[in-house]
Design a binder for this molecule. Structure first.
Ligand SMILES: *Cc1c(COP(=O)(O)O)cnc(C)c1O
Length: 506
C-alpha cells in the first residue's frame, strides 16, 4: 500500500474533481430512461432487465477490497450497470407495490435534502426543515379533524404503527417508561385478520408478545367484524389480560378495505381502549373529494399512521404518525439529552422535534412532500386520489367485460386496489366444471404470468394469496396518483396479461 501521507494528500487533491462526478450521474440518470415519464415511450422502455442472482453476480464487479480503486470511468460504468439492472419503479407500467411513479417535485425535494445531508433532530441543524415538518403535521392534523394534535415523521408505516402502540401504552401505564412491564397483567391489542403484519411484529418488538396481538375476523368486504371484536375484548378480560389497543385499518394491504371507524370508536370508548388507525395506504383519502367518506370517523381515533409515499407518489420513504393528544408524544418519548436537546438554547426549543422521536439522526422526509404540495396544492392531490380510485372502478368494469378470461376476487373494492385472477385459455370451461381441482390450478397461474412479466419487462403487477379467505394466488393491482393513467392504459394492462398468460407453460 502507498504511504499514509501520500494517500491522504491524494484524496484531498482529487476532491474537486470527485464532486464534479455528480454531474455525470445526473446525465446517466437522464440518458438511461430512469424516469420513463412519457407514455408514448412506455412500449419501448423496459421496466426491468431481469437477471437471476447468480447471473447478476457475474455481471457486476461486486467485491470491495482493501486496495483496489476503480477509475472514475469504471465508477461511471458501475453506476450505469446499477441503473440498467434496477427496476424502474417510475415506469408507468410498474404496478407491483402500493407505490408507483414518483412526483418529479418530490424527487427534486429528495435530491435537495440528500445534498444538504442534515438531520431532523434540532432547529439548530435543520432550521427550515423543522418548520416545514411542523407545518405539514399541523396541516394533516387539521385535515384529519384533530383540533389539537401532534405528530412525527417516522421511517415507514411499520414504525408509525409502533408509535401508536408506544403512546397508548404510555398513556395507560406511564411507569412503563422507567420501570418496564414487569409484574403487569399482559397487555392485549386487537387488529383485523386482514390488517398489516406490522402490528404483530410491533407486539413482538415492544415486549407485548405476538400472541397478545389478537386477530379479529373480517366480513366479505375485508372489514373488521365488530361482533368478533367485542367478543375478543371480553375473552381477553376473562383470561385476566388487559386490553389496551385497537388497530383499525384504512385501506387493507390486499383488498383495500376500510374498517368502520365510527363503530369501532364506540367500542373503544366503552372498553377504554386506545384507537389507532393504520391508514398507511388509505390515508391519501384525507385529500380526496368524491371518496372522502372512506375516512368517516377517523377524527375519533386517538392516532393514525399514513404513508404519503404510497398513493401520493412522494419518494420513499415518507410516513407520518399523527395523534390527537397534544403533548403526549413529547412526554412519552423524550429523554434528557444534554448534548443535543439543551434547554438553554438561544432559540425556541419547541422546534427541536427530535426528542419526540425514537430515532436520533432522522432523515428529512417532510421536505419532498411539502414541495409537492407547494407545487400543486393539496386539492390537486385530492383529485388525483379520486382519479386513481375511479380508474380502479373502471378496471373492475373492464375485467367484468372480459368475464371468460378474468375473474374478480370480489365484485367491487373500496380503494384503488383491484384483485383478480387470469384464466388461461385451457382453463376456460363451463362454470359447473370449476371444481376444487380447477381452483387449485387457477391459484398457480399468477406466479407463472409473473415470471413472464419479469422476463419481458413490459408490465409488473403483484400477486398474493389471501389466507383469511382460503384463497390462493391472484393479481393485486393498486393504482396511484402517478402515473396519471388514461383509459387505454387499462386495456393495455389486461391485453398484456392475456398475451403473457398464453406464453406460460402450465
Ligand atoms: C404498507 C403498509 C404498512 C407498512 O408500511 P411500511 O412503510 O412499508 O413499513 C402498514 N400498514 C399498511 C396497511 C400498509 O399498507
Amino acid at each position: 500500500m502507498a504511504e499514509y501521507g501520500a494517500i491522504i494528500n491524494g484524496v484531498r487533491d482529487s476532491l474537486t474533481d470527485d464532486w464534479r462526478f455528480i454531474e455525470n450521474v445526473f446525465k446517466l440518470l437522464q440518458n438511461a430512461d430512469t424516469f420513463c415519464a412519457d407514455p408514448n415511450q412506455w412500449d419501448r422502455q423496459k421496466i426491468v432487465h431481469f437477471m437471476q442472482p447468480d447471473e447478476l453476480k457475474k455481471l457486476i464487479n461486486l467485491s470491495v477490497n482493501e486496495e483496489e480503486q476503480c477509475t472514475r470511468l469504471e465508477i461511471e460504468q458501475l453506476c450505469q450497470q446499477v441503473i440498467q439492472y434496477s427496476v424502474k419503479t417510475s415506469h408507468g407500467r410498474f404496478h407491483n407495490q402500493l407505490f408507483g411513479q414518483l412526483d418529479p417535485y418530490g424527487l427534486a425535494g429528495a435530491l435537495l435534502t440528500e445534498a444538504l445531508n442534515t438531520s431532523s433532530y434540532t432547529f439548530e441543524v435543520a432550521p427550515v426543515f423543522s418548520l416545514i415538518e411542523t407545518e405539514i403535521i399541523s396541516t394533516v392534523c387539521r385535515l384529519a379533524g384533530y383540533t389539537q394534535g401532534d405528530g412525527i415523521f417516522a421511517p415507514g408505516g411499520s414504525a408509525s404503527n409502533m408509535y401508536g402502540l408506544v403512546l397508548a401504552r404510555y398513556k395507560r401505564a406511564p411507569n412503563v417508561k422507567s420501570t418496564g412491564m414487569f409484574g403487569m397483567r399482559p397487555l392485549v391489542l386487537f387488529t383485523s385478520e386482514d390488517s398489516h403484519y406490522s402490528m404483530k411484529k410491533a407486539a413482538h418488538w415492544l415486549g407485548i408478545g405476538a400472541d397478545n396481538c389478537v386477530a379479529i375476523r373480517t366480513n366479505d368486504n375485508g372489514q373488521m367484524l365488530l361482533s368478533d371484536l367485542e367478543a375478543q375484548i371480553k375473552a381477553a378480560q376473562e383470561r385476566g389480560c388487559e386490553p389496551f389497543f385497537i388497530n383499525a385499518t384504512a385501506g387493507t394491504t390486499v383488498l383495500g378495505a376500510f374498517d368502520d371507524f365510527t363503530g369501532i370508536a364506540k367500542l373503544a370508548a366503552q372498553y377504554d381502549l386506545w384507537l389507532h388507525v393504520d391508514a398507511c395506504l388509505g390515508g391519501a383519502a384525507l385529500l380526496a373529494y368524491k371518496h372522502s367518506s372512506l375516512l368517516t370517523g377517523l377524527q375519533k381515533a386517538n392516532s393514525f399512521a399514513w404513508n404519503p409515499h404510497k398513493t401520493l407518489g412522494v419518494p420513499l420513504q415518507c410516513s407520518l404518525f399523527l395523534t390527537r393528544e397534544s403533548d403526549l408524544l413529547a412526554r412519552c418519548n423524550s429523554i434528557e439529552v444534554n448534548y443535543l436537546f439543551q434547554q438553554d438554547k438561544f432559540y425556541d426549543v419547541s422546534y427541536d422535534t427530535g426528542n419526540k422521536s425514537v430515532q436520533c439522526g432522522r432523515k428529512i422526509d417532510a421536505f419532498k412532500f411539502w414541495l409537492m404540495l407547494k407545487a400543486r396544492g393539496y386539492g390537486t392531490f385530492g383529485h388525483l386520489v379520486d382519479h386513481a380510485i375511479d380508474m380502479s372502478r373502471l378496471l373492475e368494469q373492464k375485467l367484468r367485460e372480459r368475464t371468460d378470461r378474468f375473474r374478480l376476487v370480489q365484485d367491487t373494492h373500496e380503494y384503488s386496489n383491484v384483485c383478480f385472477w387470469y384464466i388461461p385459455k385451457f382453463m376456460r370451461v363451463p362454470k359447473n366444471e370449476e371444481n376444487e381441482q380447477w381452483w387449485t390450478r387457477l391459484f398457480t397461474v399468477a406466479p407463472k404470468v409473473k415470471q413472464q412479466m419479469a422476463y419481458s419487462g413490459t408490465l409488473m403487477v403483484g400477486y398474493t394469496p389471501l389466507s383469511s379467505r382460503g384463497l390462493g394466488n391472484f393479481f393485486r393491482m393498486v393504482l396511484t396518483c402517478f402515473p396519471v393513467l388514461k383509459t387505454e392504459e387499462l386495456d393495455f394492462i389486461l391485453d398484456e396479461i392475456e398475451r403473457l398468460g398464453e406464453m406460460c407453460v402450465y
